[in-house]
Each structure stands twice: as structure tokens, then as C-alpha cells.
Write a new protein. Structure first.
Length: 204
């Protein structure tokens, strides 16, 4: 747990991470994303302390940190080929040769493997006084706020929208971004296969 004068930041693993196609990316994100967010909060505390009292600043910080983390992961792979332009000029055989470098230690293979499957992610942040709660998510994970009434009864409220085929906003977003690809969404799945409509760490 990182403690400042205003914010607490900690990561607790309540459920062992499980990836549909393997746990490598899940484990990587579960370990590194909290560190990235912690560093962003610490930098803001050191350089923009006055902004920390603005809830919208924290919202933007969480969003930009997650996007930067995702883009850095993708860049690790694209840089192997000289970026997207360089990748488009490579043959399939060249791409396989660059990626499958296990005989040289496997660094390229490990970078690529982290980006092959992607993972959903969800994270929550609160201030010490519990005046504010921020929740950020990608994919079909869900955050639920549970509170107890004075009577002892419990209330629950969903805090996030799931990014999957049950969310018509997501279906419309994907179709609008791919207007000439009629099969971008089939049976409520991306390309008829992927249930989450968003994820992190996926170059595919």
C-alpha cells in the first residue's frame, strides 16, 4: 500500500487470475498495471498536488495511465519490425523468424506472447476519507458497490458497463468503426469469436 497525504493505493488479488488462452498476459497486467498507476499518482502528487483535489483530474489520470500502459505493450512488439509501416513490408516468414527467437534467448517471443491474447482489467481507487471512488475497467469484468442500510438490509449497484455483446453501445461502436466489415460482430462476439469487445495488451 502506498500512502500519501491524500490517497491510498493498494492492490489486492481476491481471485487468482485466469486467462482463457493462458495466464501470462493476465499475470503481467495484474502485477504491472497497479505499479504504473501508483507511479502516475506519485508523480501527480509531486508536480501537480493542487490538481489532486479535482475528481476529474484523477479520472483523466487513470484513463491516460491505462492507455499509455497498453500502448507501451503494443510498441514493444511493433518496434521489433520498425513500427506498423515496417510490419506491413515484412513477409510472413520474416515475421515468424523475428518472433520465434527462442534459440537466442526468446526476448522477442516473450514480448509477442504478452500481446497475443489480451486481458480484461478493472481497478478501483478511493481517497482516505472515502469521499470519492474511481473505477476504471476494460472488457467484460464488473464492479459492484455493496452498501448496508441502517435497517441491516444490503443494497448493490453496478458501477461499470460491461464491454461485450450484451452492451448494444459497444456493438454499435465496433460496427461504426468498421463500416465496411459486415462480419466484425457475429452473434454478439467480435468476429464471431471474442466475447470481450475491449481488452488491454492485445495487438491482434
Amino acid at each position: 500500500m502506498v500512502r500519501s497525504q491524500r490517497y491510498y493505493f493498494s492492490s489486492h488479488r481476491l481471485i487468482p487470475p485466469i486467462g482463457h488462452l493462458g495466464d501470462v498476459t493476465v499475470e503481467h497486467v495484474a502485477h504491472h498495471l497497479p505499479i504504473v498507476l501508483e507511479e502516475a499518482l506519485q508523480k501527480a502528487y509531486a508536480t501537480k498536488r493542487h490538481s489532486l483535489s479535482d475528481p476529474s483530474f484523477i479520472s483523466a489520470l487513470l484513463s491516460t495511465s491505462i492507455l499509455a500502459f497498453d500502448e507501451a505493450m503494443a510498441s514493444d512488439v511493433l518496434d521489433l519490425f520498425g513500427g506498423l509501416e515496417g510490419l506491413s513490408k515484412r513477409s510472413d516468414a520474416e515475421i515468424r523468424r523475428i518472433i520465434n527467437d527462442q534459440h537466442l534467448g526468446g526476448e522477442n517471443f516473450r514480448k509477442t506472447r504478452l500481446n497475443m491474447y489480451g486481458t480484461t482489467a478493472i481497478i478501483a481507487l478511493t481517497d482516505p476519507k472515502h469521499d470519492n471512488l474511481w473505477v476504471a475497467s476494460v472488457g467484460d469484468c464488473q464492479a459492484v458497490l455493496v452498501t448496508q442500510r441502517d435497517s441491516g438490509a444490503w443494497d448493490s449497484r453496478n458501477l461499470t458497463a460491461q464491454h461485450n455483446g450484451y452492451n448494444h453501445t459497444e456493438i454499435n461502436r465496433v460496427r461504426s468503426e468498421h463500416p465496411e466489415e459486415s462480419e466484425c460482430v457475429i452473434n454478439g462476439r467480435v468476429l464471431g469469436a471474442l466475447a470481450p469487445f475491449r481488452c488491454t495488451c492485445c495487438c491482434g
